[in-house]
Design a protein around this ligand. Structure first.
Ligand code: FAD
Length: 469
């Protein structure tokens, strides 16, 4: 069905049903994606209640005007940015930013979808609980966007991704209908799981306006260590050993290649160097134990049990030292941004295939050209951020015509291992073709049928996840 632009006549219609405050946002900040790769277009509106969201969607539905839900704008696959086609309404959740209720006895928090992740973490901590979703964009990303992309991050190995931490959502569908699914139930087998359908749908089925989230007890004792390993295979072996000894107390297990540490030096991001010589491969891991047990001792015992395979290591002796180690990991995306990748990939493969992937990919890429590769990520989830950069002193713009070949090579290799071409960032607009190429045909047909049923006029984030009709 043909879509119409949000022209001045349509904006007047919106002004008639919304307060002035809904139009106060400066549109510029909403139209650029984090790495500055795309500049979008759109009329930005910021409703302050689910009823206002409903009124906006009903108006858009009637006039066949596209809607792009927008939370923190940190998405990395262009899902929140529309460059061309009919001008959309960009629906910002920024003013829906209240913590609605905390139920410490139930380990549940209910929030508006526009609450920033860091604020949810803080509200949970104030109630003596942990909201364990954690990622480098947590100061900007909002709950609606995190759920819409089923975000992962650092603690998935222990707590699961955003989906695993959500008990219920409130959402507005394309025609303006409000679905109150703010359940606090742990068990509810009454029909299709619509919560899980909206989670990960990247704004293509409806707008998430609220969520009830699962809280956890805070581990009494936490410790962080950085271990030097000779190879990715050794890192996978260490992951297995750590699992045997520490079980589900492993909260994070990150693989870091020296390129990431070199980039921190290159772009002069201030950080404490944990080792005199920069290691080729290292693992950053965190454990959280119940009261009365020493996580430092557990990490020391793990180090000793590796029988020399781990060649060096630092175990943080204070919260400050642990923060300094995590700063390194969390600064790597910023360093990448400053260096400027030619092509970035967020792939996953079965954990035991990670070493073979890392061994084979450089040789395949070398047939295309001479590149620097920064491979890092959530080894505990088999998820690598595999980013390809120009050689030192060259600009990524010089390599634009090689980008497709690089992307295809990396994605083909991940697919050949039974992997995914989007482990945690979603499909957005950037990976629609990849989903078509690598997705199971029956899955794609089911997705299209669901989209057509819930969004018959195709107004919800057209062109994201599935190609616009
Ligand atoms: C420095 C950095 C580090 C990152 N690290 C990670 C990481 O470790 N793991 C990870 O998974 N991701 C990571 N990301 C990606 C990004 O932070 C996550 O995808 C995040 O979940 C996006 O949240 P947001 O609020 O910014 O959403 P946005 O960017 O605003 O939106 C993302 C998508 O969700 C849709 N959407 C937004 N709000 C809603 C809503 N309320 N209802 C329905 N649809 C909606 C949008 O239309 C868009 O398609 C990182 C990004 C940056 C910049």
């Amino acid at each position: 069905m043909a879509l119409n632009s949000a022209d001045s006549a349509f904006v007047e219609r919106l002004r008639a049903i919304l307060p002035d405050a809904a139009f106060a946002a400066d549109p510029a900040g909403f139209l650029i994606e984090p790495r500055g790769r795309w500049t979008g277009q759109g009329v930005v509106v910021s409703p302050s209640s689910v009823e206002e969201v409903s009124a906006i969607l009903a108006a858009c539905f009637e006039a066949s005007v596209p809607v792009v839900p927008y939370s923190g704008g940190t998405g990395l696959v262009g899902g929140q940015v529309v460059e061309d086609g009919p001008v959309p309404v960009v629906l910002s959740l920024a003013r829906m930013n209240k913590v609605r209720a905390v139920y410490p006895d139930e380990n549940v928090i209910e929030v508006d979808a526009g609450v920033i992740l860091q604020d949810v973490q803080l509200a949970a901590a104030q109630a003596g609980r942990l909201f364990p979703l954690s990622l480098a964009s947590e100061g900007s990303a909002r709950i609606g966007g995190l759920l819409a992309t089923n975000a992962g991050g650092l603690n998935v190995i222990r707590y699961g991704n955003a989906r695993a931490q959500c008990l219920g959502v409130e959402a507005v569908l394309a025609d303006g209908a409000i679905w109150n699914g703010m359940s606090r139930l742990r068990k509810d087998n009454t029909g299709y799981d619509l919560r899980d359908l909206l989670i990960g749908s990247e704004g293509s089925l409806g707008v998430i306006t609220g969520a009830s989230l699962r809280l956890m007890p805070h581990p009494a004792e936490e410790a962080t260590a950085m271990f030097v390993v000779p190879s990715p295979a050794a890192a996978v072996w260490l992951l297995g050993l750590a699992g045997e000894r520490l079980g589900e107390t492993i909260s994070a297990f990150e693989l870091i290649h020296r390129q990431g540490l070199d980039f921190l030096e290159e772009v002069e991001i201030d950080h404490k160097r944990p080792f005199k010589d920069t290691p080729e491969w290292s693992v950053l891991m965190k454990v959280g134990l119940p009261a009365g047990q020493s996580p430092q001792e557990a990490l020391e015992a793990l180090f000793e049990a590796t029988d020399g395979l781990v060649t060096d290591g630092v175990i943080a002796q204070s919260g400050q030292q642990a923060d300094a180690l995590w700063d390194i990991r969390e600064s790597i995306p910023e360093a990448n941004k400053q260096v400027g990748s030619i092509s970035s990939h967020d792939i996953s493969v079965p954990i035991s295939c990670v070493p073979a992937f890392i061994e084979q990919a450089p040789a395949i890429l070398a047939e295309i050209g001479n590149f620097r590769i920064n491979c890092f990520g959530h080894l505990g989830d088999g998820n690598l951020h595999y980013n390809v950069f120009p050689p030192m002193g060259r600009d990524r713009a010089e390599f634009t015509d090689q980008r497709d070949a690089i992307k295809t090579a990396v994605h083909d290799l991940a697919h050949s291992f039974g992997g995914s071409v989007s482990a945690e960032h979603g499909i957005g607009r950037l990976k629609v073709k990849d989903l078509e190429t690598y997705g199971d045909p029956a899955k794609l047909a089911m997705m299209r049928a669901i989209k057509d049923a819930l969004d018959p006029r195709g107004i919800m984030n057209p062109g994201a996840v599935l190609r616009a009709k």
